[in-house]
Unconditional design. Sequence first.
Length: 236
Amino acid sequence: MAYGNLSAKELARLLGSDARQLERQAQRGEIPCQKVGGQFRFNQAQIHDWLQQTVTTMDGDGLSRMDAGMTSHRRASQDDMIVAPLLQNGGIAVQLDARTKNGVLRRLVGLAQETGLVYDDAALLQAVMEREQVASTAIEGGVAIPHPRCPQPYTISDTVLVVASTGQKVIFGGPHGDATDLFCFIASQDSDHHLHLLARLCRMLQDKAFVQDMREATTVHELKSLVTERELGLLS
């Protein structure tokens, strides 16, 4: 996502939404925007930040539309799997040994490094921790999706996905004070891919049975297979 301005129609195409509805939201102050010549303009950097914080609260229909909009924007195929192919055995852990929020983040970045795609693990960890200071990436259901706030072209050589469960619940800043024991860590080199992954992951994680199966997985192979089957199910 190049950091310029979008019109309401351009943003609507990106989100698979309706331009008039977005303008109403903008009028109510629900979306960061400016008015130029009487028309709403949406700064792409601000929209990126806004979407990172709101995508986890979207309902299933909103996520489906955003997923489709991002697929079209990135000129990908509607049946392209974008989550499961990123999983490498080194980036998956069952019963991750971590008991605190910072401990989890360190271990997730450590797993990311084991994929061989991380140039600078210290800088990546710092970026993830800074994102958590803005707002927790924990969502309902005991799940969190830690990620840097900005694209990471200098810390990673390609998009990284890490999936891990912990042996016990961790206080991670979840809604209603809920603790967290399932983590999907992502880092990407560009914001479009990053937002697309967030939308797809959130769609997948809305399935409570899938989340519980991931939580109960006892092997890396089982966890990887669950992710693949769930994404295939979304696209079929």
